[in-house]
Design a protein around this ligand. Structure first.
Ligand SMILES: [Zn+2]
Length: 379
């Protein structure tokens, strides 16, 4: 009997230790999980879109299939990009299946991707050859329109296309004008990637450069991120068709595209003056309002050389955007408050909307002050 209390005690201590172990384990899981998610969000996501598929074979050519070549190239580009641990790759299709144009954009938008790259092959009734990369814009000439017309005509294979694309008619050059507005915000970035791609094709592969071009591609219109459409060459050209259909050709084209994407990412990394360093994760207690009197807190969401209209559609739906000209650039801010808890919530809102690098800035008497110093000063 004497031993009982003792035994009981031991048991209590043991179970106490177990719950400490359990809590420790649990917090380890939490700590390990949270950074993973944070880092995952910081990863640069590229959506690779193999044109056509399934019942839509793409451009007609005697010996080669656009949908097959596009898919093989896309899968290789993905393989090369995945070797970079900072890049995530998502395919709109990895098999021979039919996917509607608006679904392709939706995949990219849902993934909150950083880039959308659509890959195709060109065709013509002459022996024309060479590569060209498109960004969304007005057709500068009939030739560009013809390319877009062919790539857009797939919507006729889709159900309800009149409704889905709001009366858009691929056969009418005028019908495309309304399409260009949405991508305007990303034009500079899209052009940068497009010229990286064309430069690689020309300088590394010696392909004929037909240039960076603009035209009204429906698939590019559907995305909320920098987007390009690559015509990797003409499958109707005897030599080029053979090259595009060969493993060697596909590898070379794919390497050039992957390299151009990495160059683009590097350029952004070097030119973004935002704080993207992962911060230590602290499991915080329920947030209490932290108010700094006399301090104005805002979320900086973007910086651009372009003066954008302050309409929500230009800012992924965010309302109440403020624009300030600083030097040669315009900076765009979301929110204005002295409440740090509130501005942190708004920062999350902006990040969720797609401004992944949004960060908080603070002003006192009109001068920019350090947020971390401000926070330290309150403790
Ligand atoms: Zn195509």
């Amino acid at each position: 009997m004497k031993n009982w209390p003792c035994k009981n005690n031991k048991k209590t201590i043991k179970s106490g230790r177990n719950s400490i172990k359990f809590l420790f384990g649990l917090s380890l899981i939490i700590i390990l999980n949270i950074p993973h998610e944070l880092f995952a969000q910081e990863k640069f996501t590229v959506v690779l879109d193999a044109g056509h598929g399934g019942k839509d074979p793409g451009r007609p050519a005697k010996n080669y299939s656009e949908k097959d070549i596009a898919l093989k190239i896309v899968l290789l580009v993905g393989e090369y990009l995945k070797k970079n641990k900072d890049i995530d790759v998502i395919y709109t299709r990895s098999k021979d299946v039919f996917i509607e144009l608006d679904e392709r954009g939706k995949i990219a938008n849902d993934a909150n991707a950083n880039l959308f790259v659509s890959i195709h092959c060109n065709a013509f009734h002459t022996q024309a050859y060479g590569t060209e990369t498109y960004v969304l814009g007005l057709h500068a000439n009939k030739q560009n329109f013809e390319v877009a017309k062919h790539e857009n005509s797939v919507i006729f294979l889709e159900d309800n296309y009149e409704e889905k694309y709001e009366g858009f008619d691929p056969n009418s050059p005028e019908s495309v004008i309304g399409l260009t507005l949405m991508q305007e915000e990303y034009l500079d970035e899209s052009l940068l990637l497009a010229s990286n791609i064309q430069n690689n094709f020309t300088n590394k592969l010696n392909r004929k450069n037909r240039g960076v071009k603009q035209a009204g591609f429906v698939v590019l219109h559907q995305t909320y991120m920098p987007s390009v459409l690559i015509e990797t060459g003409f499958i109707t050209n005897y030599e080029e068709g053979k090259f595009l259909n060969s493993k060697n050709g596909q590898e070379k084209i794919s390497r050039s595209i992957a390299d151009a994407v990495e160059k683009y990412k590097k350029h952004l990394d070097e030119n973004l003056v935002v704080d993207v360093k992962p911060k230590p994760v602290v499991v915080e207690p329920e947030p209490k309002d932290k108010i700094f009197k006399g301090v104005v807190l805002k979320v900086q969401i973007a910086s651009s050389s372009k003066k954008l209209d302050l309409k929500p559609y230009n800012f992924k739906g965010l309302k109440g955007i403020e624009r300030l000209k600083i030097g040669s650039h315009y900076k765009y801010y979301f929110g204005k408050t002295s409440n740090y808890t509130e501005i942190k919530r708004m920062k999350e809102e902006a990040r969720k909307a797609g401004f992944k690098s949004a960060f908080v800035v603070a002003y006192k008497n009109g001068a920019n002050i350090s947020v971390s110093k401000l926070l330290n000063s309150s403790e």
